[in-house]
Design a protein around this ligand. Structure first.
Ligand code: MG
Length: 219
């Protein structure tokens, strides 16, 4: 019998996107010699209601930076993947699942080079039997064929497989359409009563690992 498979989403499932963005901002401020007050200014501006363009326009004017708002936004966004941070317990959880006999896979929508940089930056590159990054131009979640594709790459079919993710549309809706048991990471959000209804709801990735390790494969 093939070992059970669990497929994970990446951003805001295994990786803390907000923390990576914050680290990228802090790194930029330090590189430009803006000091701790500069870090805080950047955080405050980016946490506000301004658009990305407006935020960087304000930052550029405040610190008399030579680049345009768009150039500043682009240069900081380009460093974000290198600052990727795994949620607490994510790496340990993947290791525990694999030790318990699960196969693990990563299925993410996004630019392959960006997403793979995040995987390497968080030390997770050896922790998956298969990785599939779906380019914006091609077939991607929630299309059920990409779930079938990754199951084949991971050495089996979708029987007894699970999908874990934070997006109700891409991860839960797509996973259900492919016949998977689904686990939604809510991050405290309320599950709407319309739309995809996950089999399990947890608030963070550590709780997801606890359920997977306890429940094991579905039959
Ligand atoms: Mg996500």
């Amino acid at each position: 019998m093939t070992e059970p498979l669990v497929i994970f989403d990446l951003d805001d499932t295994l990786i803390d996107y907000a923390q990576a963005a914050d680290r990228a901002l802090a790194s930029f401020a330090h590189q430009r010699g803006l000091g701790e007050s500069g870090v805080q200014f950047l955080r405050d501006v980016n946490a506000g209601t301004l658009t990305v363009h407006e935020a960087w326009q304000l930052i550029g004017e405040h610190f008399l930076l030579p680049e345009s708002a768009d150039e500043l936004a682009r240069s900081v966004a380009a460093t974000l993947p290198d600052h990727a941070v795994a949620f607490e317990g994510a790496v340990e959880g993947l290791n525990s699942l694999r030790e318990a006999g699960w196969r693990t896979a990563l299925l993410s929508n996004g630019s392959p080079s960006v997403q793979l940089t995040k995987v390497r930056a968080t030390g997770m590159e050896e922790l998956f039997d298969a990785v599939l990054i779906c380019d914006p131009g091609g077939t991607r979640k929630p299309d059920p064929t990409v779930f079938e594709d990754i199951a084949v790459r991971a050495g089996g079919g979708l029987r007894n497989s699970w999908m874990v993710g934070d997006s109700l549309t891409s991860d839960i809706g797509g996973g259900q359409a492919a016949g998977l048991t689904t686990l939604w990471i809510s991050h405290g959000r309320i599950l709407p009563d319309h739309g995809p209804q996950p089999d399990h709801v947890v608030s963070n990735i550590s709780a997801a690992f606890q359920i997977l390790l306890k429940e094991g494969p579905t039959s």
